[in-house]
Each structure stands twice: as structure tokens, then as C-alpha cells.
Write a protein that binds this ligand. Sequence first.
Ligand SMILES: [Ca+2]
Ligand SMILES: [Ca+2]
Ligand SMILES: [Ca+2]
Length: 98
Amino acid sequence: MNKDGTVSLAEAKRFGITSKAFHQANADKDGSLDTKEFADAIAIQFAAANADNDGTLDWKEAQKAGVRSKKAFEEADSDKDGTLDIAEYLVALTAQAK
Ligand SMILES: [Ca+2]
Ligand SMILES: [Ca+2]
Ligand SMILES: [Ca+2]
């Protein structure tokens, strides 16, 4: 996220957000995600990857949701239950965008 608080498509991709989720979340079609739209994009990807609908992503699901490294996955899993809830998922995406 840059200083104006919005996320361009290029920035979103660094987080692991797909073009599809980006465009779905970008309700006002202005080419960038504001804070609320960014949260929507995260929620869209989380829901799309969470095939068993149990509220968490296991490693396989997390990869579908754009988490690229096992290390990012494990570090974001703060309660060490082997899955990411949506807050932990956001941590993983933020870590890999750096
Ligand atoms: Ca927008
Ligand atoms: Ca799941
Ligand atoms: Ca967890």
C-alpha cells in the first residue's frame, strides 16, 4: 500500500492478489483498491480458495489463495494450528509483498 492508501494492480500482485479478485473488489473501477476494496479482495480470494468452507486455509488452500512460500505460511500461522484464518492470511500476504 502506498502513501495515498490505495493499491494498484501491480502492488496487489506483489501481495499475491489475482487480477480477477482485484477487478471484482474494485467496485468503483478507478484502477486501484482503497482500504475497503483491498479488504474485499482479500476476502474474495480467501473464500475462493477455502474449498471446504471451514473458515481457515490449510497449506494447499493457501497456495491457491496466492501464498507463495511455506515459510510465509508458517510464520503467519500465529496460533500454530497448521491453518490460516483470514487475519493470519493477511499477515502472510503482507509479509510476502515486502
Ligand atoms: Ca477502487
Ligand atoms: Ca479450508
Ligand atoms: Ca492458524
